[in-house]
Design a protein around this ligand. Sequence first.
Ligand SMILES: Cc1ncc(COP(=O)(O)O)c(C=O)c1O
Length: 418
Amino acid sequence: MANAPHFLPYGRHQIDQQDIDAVASVLGSDFLTSGPAVERFEAALAKKVGAKHAVACSSGTAALHLALMALDIGPGRSVLVPSITFLATANAARFLGAGVRFVDVDPSTGLSECKHFKEALSEMSGLAAALLPVHLGGQTANLSDISNLANRHSLPVIEDGSHALGSAYSGSRVGACRHSLMTTFSFHPVKTIAMGEGGAVTTNDDTLATRLRKLRNHGIVREAEEFQNRDLAFADGDCNGNANPWYYEMQGLGFNYRASDIQCALGESQLTKLEEFVEKRRLLSRLYDTEIARLAPFVRPVSRTDKCVPAWHLYQVLIDFRSLNISRAAFIRHLLGLGIGTQVHYIPVHLQPYYSNLYPDCRLAGALSFYESTLSLPLHVNMSSKDVGFVASCLGNLIVQSQTTLNSAGDNGQIHYI
Ligand SMILES: Cc1ncc(COP(=O)(O)O)c(C=O)c1O
C-alpha cells in the first residue's frame, strides 16, 4: 500500500492570506494587546454563538479556570467532570483547591449523560459545586436533561465547548448557554478555529461577564464608583469627583489570562470562515461514515446523539482491537508508517497518577471501555475526499491483514508492527 501523498495529522489549522493580513495589520498598529481587536473578536464570537457576552482569554484552560473562579468555586466541594476529556477540564477545579468528582461516560459516545451525572451526584451528599459536561469531538450529550438535573440540585452547569464551536444542540448554538451559565472554548490550532493559543467564556449573565473580565486581568477594577479605598482613589481628585487618573484597584486575586490583539485578530479572521470550516468537516465526516460502514463490525464511528448537530472536531471510531488480535499501539504505528497520524482522545483522566493518587477508589467502567477502543482519524479542513478514502482503505487493508494472520495463526496470531 502506497504512503499518503503528504503526512495526514489527526488535526491541523488552516491559515490563509486573509489571516496573515489580519495579524500583520495588528502588528503595525498601536495595540498589540488589550486593544480594539480583542473587543471586535469578542463581539463577533458572541454574535456567532448567540450569547450576550464573550470574554476572550489566553487559552481554553484559562477559560475553564476563569469560569469556575467567577462562581467562587473552591475547597470543600467538588466539580463533576467526565473522565473522558482533556486534563484541563479537571485541573481547573484543582487550581482552585476544589475536588473533582469524575463522571462515567457512555461507552459508545464517550459523553457523560444525565444518568452518569445523576449517579455521581447521588454519591456526593451535597458536596457538589458544578456540573461540567464536555462536548467530546463536537458532539453534545442531552443538555436539557443535564440542566434539569442541575436545577433540581441548585447547581450551575458550565459547558466545556472546546471541541464544539459551531455545533448546535436543540436549535441553538453551543455557546448560547441555553442550558448552562457559561460555555468555555479553546482556540488551540487543532480546534475548529485557531488563535495559536486562545480561549473564551460565553455567558448571558452581565455580572458573570464583568467578573470574568476582572479576573482575567489581575482582578483590577477601573470603575470609580466601585473603588473601595476612597482616600487613595480620590486624594487628588478634581472637583467633579473623578478619581486620580493613574488609579486602579485590586479587590480580589486575578490572573494575567488576557488574549492579545495579535491572537484576537487571527481569531476574528478565522471566525469569518467558521461556517466553511464546519461544512468541510461535516462533508469529510459523512465520507468517513460511508467508507467506515464497510469495516463493520471491527470499526464503527462513535454513536450519534439526539438533538445535536455537531461541528465535528474529531472523527472518532471505535475499533474492536481484541477481535482483530492487533494491539492499538501496533495499529497506530502501522498507520503512522503510511503517513497517517491518529490520536487517542482520551486516556481517562481519573487514571492519571495525579488523580489516581487523589482518588484511588474511582472506578468507571464506561470510560475504560471507551478508552480501550477509541481512535481519532485525521480530520481537518486541508483534507480532501481522496485523503479520507486513503485512510479508510489503509484501515481496511490492516483489518484484512490481521484477519489473515489470525487465521493462519503462527506467532499466536498477534501482529507486531514496530
Ligand atoms: C475538552 C478540552 N478542554 C479544555 C482544553 C484546554 O484548552 P487549551 O489547550 O486551549 O488550554 C482542551 C484543549 O485541548 C480540550 O480539548
